[in-house]
Structure formats: C-alpha cells, structure tokens
Design a protein around this ligand. Structure first.
Ligand code: BES
Ligand code: MN
Ligand code: ZN
Length: 492
C-alpha cells in the first residue's frame, strides 16, 4: 500500500524577532561584496570584539553571491550561530531575494534547529520581501516524500523581523502555492492519478470561494471529450477533467489557464525506453501549476476572473490502449489521426482547450510538459513560449522577467502548418520527422483555440530538475507559478 499523499505544506513563519535574542539558533545576515563590514553587522561584530571584521579582513567570510558561512557566535550573548550569506555586487533583483534566502535556509536543513531568524538585507526593497518569504518556504519542500528519516529537517520557526504582515502573508501564500504544485508533481504515479488528482483539488479548495467541478469518465463521454478518453483508454485509472473557477473580477471575461495532466506517460504503444520513462510522473506538471496558481489567486483574493482547467489521463499500455492509425473525433469536431501514442499531451489538450474556449475567455494560457524537442532547442531551464497573439505573450514575458523565470519565444510561421496535416483526418498528432518538434506540437494545439488569444508554454525542461540547486531540491520546481500570478494580477 502506498502512503497517503500529504498536501500539508506548512512551515511556522513569524514576524517577531525573539524578545531574547539568544533564543534564535541561527540568524541569517546578508553580506554585500565590499571591503568593509556593513553597519547592519556592527551589533554582531561587537558581541565578539570585532571578530567579523577580522574574519572579513582575512578573507574567511565573503560577500560573493553564493557564499554561505556558518559561524558559531563567540559569546554568551546573541544568537548561537550566524549564517553569513553573500549578496554579490549585482543590482538586486526579485529573484535574488528569493534564491539567496532559499539557499541560506536550505543550507541549514541538515540538522534540526529551533528558531531561524532572517535579517532582511537593506539591498532588498520592501516590495521584494514577499519573495524572501516565498524563497524560504520553497527551500523547506523537497522530493524525499517517502524517506523514513526526513531528509530536510525543518526548523521549528523562521522569523522575518522587519517584514510587514502583508508581505509575510503574501510570501507565505506564494511559497505554499509553489510547494503545492511541486508536491503534486513529486508524488508517485500510484498515489497521484487522474481521480486522486481531482480529489486533491476538491479538498484543497474546500471552504474557499473557488468553485471546483470534476468531470469523470461518464461525463467526459457525454461531453464528447473523446480525445481525453482515447489517451486514457489503456489505463485502469480513468481520465478526469477538473475545472476551478475563481470569480474576483465581476463581469469581465475570464482568463483561462489550461494544464496538461498526464499523471504518468509510458508512451503508450509507442512505448518509451526505461530511461525516458523514469521521470514521467512529472507529466502532469502543467496541471499542477494551474492548481498552484489558482490556489494563490484564492488565498490572495485577486480581483480577476480566472478559470483553471486540468486535462487528466494516464498514458498506458494494454489491450484497450489507443492505437497508431486510430482517428479520433475531438470535442471540437476536428479529427485527429494518431501516428504516435507518445504524442499524447497534445491530444489531451485538444479537448481541454475546447472546453476552455467555451467560456469565451479573454485569453487562454496553456502549460504542458509537451516535447523533448523543446529541451533540445532551449535546454533544461528555459520555458518555450509560442503564441498567436504577441501582445498577450509580451505581458507574460515581462512578468517572467520580473520574477526571474526564464522563457524564450519560438516562431509560429504558417510555413509549419503543412506538417500537421493528415492524409486521412484533419490533422495528425506528429510533425514530419522530429525537426521543429516543439513548434509542430504548438501548431497542433493552435487548431483547438479557434483564433482566440492564446499562449502555449512548453515546460518540459524546467518543470522537473534532475539535479538539485543551492536554492532548491531536485525534482519538481513549480516553474511559472510566480510568473502567472504576477501576470494575472497585472492584467488591466
Ligand atoms: N511528456 C513527453 C515530453 C517530455 C519529455 C516531457 C521529456 C518531459 C521530459 C511527451 O508526451 C512526449 O513524449 N513527447 C514526444 C513527442 C514525439 C513523440 C512527437 C517527444 O518529445 O519525444
Ligand atoms: Mn508522451
Ligand atoms: Zn507526455
């Protein structure tokens, strides 16, 4: 039996500096890359008769970005330890606040600690304080969900003196929303499958204003979602479609967020080799990102109308699997010829986008771990963006650049349209050969948005990390939660 999934992503955060300073186990302080000790460190320097000045002068502590030095405080006064975090000499960006804090907190999770206090560096303006809190939260979530001994030992409390209650609450919400998305992706596929994903969403929004609707396989059939059903046909775990409605914007047409939720992608009859299948529990990261963003909108009470859609199916091999040569009549009426069952994400999205389109959204943004080709083009860390509406995309790009999430546009020339035409149906689910595979996948999707403003984000690379970074564990990353929240909040 698999353990129950646990979506309680909580760390005890506070604004209060402990009344008695010596109650803090560790105080984290920022050190800019400069020759003299900043005045903010004077109070700690004096406790040990100029010890920090001496350490800096002899080069034992450094202010280089990424430097982390944990020091025992040589006195009975003050905190037990000081963690000096290098701030570098760069212009300080929101994502620096996020990542430097996360790396500092993460470096302390090797053993149990009591209260950890984060002294917010003056380099970071008050409007970035939420990023500091969110970074601390995400440091506390990792992929080792099923180790008997927790591999990240969370401190009993993290204190952020000098951070306003608003910024603390906002940062906590953003951190929780990113962690929510990551937790869903990191759960094994035997725990998280279409029905259990839908249940987790229903539970997550219980008692909130967000309205959750779940279509089971019966409803999907009534609704004509034959494409979603085809992808799920080989699995003992039937598909679902989940809708989350956040009504904060009165009469305005909603923004639609659409996520690919393939809870496991074996490739189907076009079976993947083991190596390529290993991380395919991550193939629902688009859907999990949509859940994360909807969670943030609900908690923050954002004054916009947004509907999230998750197309959920498990792509498996059995006597009932969909096959090469099958032709599927999608919900929209367009027919698809299946020539590779491993190009299943676009097939699931065909129906999911069609359902979204029915709500007359002002714009549609889809997120999908859609193609290995996108990783060939842009590498592991960069989101591929494709659109039929450059204005909508540029709004998302500017939010991404503020949040420090990397994305890059790929072209959508008409020239590629030929490549998804089928000899027997309206379109086929692969291009001609593998060249331009990220774009031909997007061209396929474009058939289902009917000219409405639409942005497609291929997150196959950045959604799931093979290696850890200083600021984040390996595994799910929660990429694009911050960017999309910002973009939605900034929509006029
Ligand atoms: N889920 C995969 C894409 C993927 C690959 C995501 C690596 C994350 C990491 C997708 O369903 C897939 O298999 N795409 C195929 C498409 C091909 C058959 C046209 C691919 O990229 O090889
Ligand atoms: Mn696939
Ligand atoms: Zn897939």
């Amino acid at each position: 039996m698999m353990p129950d999934p646990n979506f309680d992503v909580s760390v005890n955060l506070t604004r209060e500096s402990s009344p008695d300073q010596s109650a803090a186990d560790v105080v984290i302080v920022g050190l800019p890359q400069q020759d003299s000790l900043p005045t903010s460190l004077n109070e700690f320097d004096q406790i040990g008769n100029g010890w920090l000045t001496r350490l800096q002068e002899s080069g034992q502590i450094g202010g280089k970005r990424g430097d982390l030095t944990l020091l025992g405080v040589p006195s009975n006064e003050g905190p037990k330890m000081l963690l000096v975090a290098g701030l570098g000499d760069a212009v300080h960006h929101r994502s620096d606040a996020f990542e430097i804090t996360a790396a500092a907190i993460r470096s302390l999770l090797d053993r149990p600690r009591g209260c950890v206090e984060v002294r917010v560096a003056e380099q970071f303006p008050a409007e970035h304080h939420d990023a500091i809190v969110a970074g601390a939260m995400t440091a506390c979530e990792g992929q080792a969900l099923y180790r008997s001994e927790p591999s990240l030992k969370l401190p009993t409390q993290i204190a952020f003196p000098g951070v306003s209650q608003d910024q603390l609450d906002r940062g906590r919400t953003i951190g929780q929303s990113i962690n929510q998305a990551r937790r869903m992706v990191n759960e094994p596929p035997a725990v998280l499958y279409p029905a259990s994903f839908a249940d987790a969403v229903t539970e997550l929004f219980e008692g909130s204003e967000t309205e959750v609707e779940v279509w089971d396989e019966g409803r999907l059939a009534e609704e004509g979602c034959r494409a979603i059903l085809a992808v799920g046909a080989g699995s003992a775990r039937p598909p679902r479609l989940v809708m989350m409605r956040h009504n904060g914007g009165g009469d305005e047409p909603p923004i639609a967020l659409v996520g690919k939720g393939v809870t496991f992608d074996s490739g189907g009859l076009s079976l993947k080799p083991s190596e390529a299948m290993m991380d395919m529990k991550c193939d629902m990261a688009g859907a999990a990102t949509v859940v994360g963003v909807m969670h943030a909108l609900a908690k923050i009470g954002v004054k916009r109308n947004v509907i999230g859609f998750c197309g959920l199916a498990e792509n498996m091999v059995s006597g009932t699997s969909y096959k090469l040569g099958d032709v599927i009549k999608t919900r929209s009426g367009k027919t698809i010829e299946i020539l590779n069952t491993d190009a299943e994400g676009r097939v699931v999205l065909a129906d999911t986008l069609d359902v979204a389109k029915g709500f007359q959204p002002q714009s549609i943004v889809d997120l999908a771990t859609l193609t290995g080709a996108c990783m060939v083009a842009l590498g592991r860390d960069v989101v591929g963006a494709m659109t039929n509406d450059p204005k909508v995309l540029s709004g998302i790009e500017s939010s991404a650049s503020i949040e420090g999430e990397l994305m890059w546009q790929l072209p959508m020339f008409r020239h590629y349209d030929e490549q998804v035409k089928s000899k027997v149906a309206d379109i086929k689910n692969i291009g001609d050969g593998r060249w331009g595979g990220a774009i031909t996948a997007a061209k396929f999707l474009e058939n289902f948005v009917d000219g409405q403003p639409w942005v497609h984000l291929d997150i196959a690379g950045p959604a799931f990390a093979e290696q850890p970074k200083a600021h984040r564990d390996a595994g799910a990353t929660g990429v694009m939660v911050r960017t999309l929240l910002r973009w939605i909040e900034e929509q006029a």
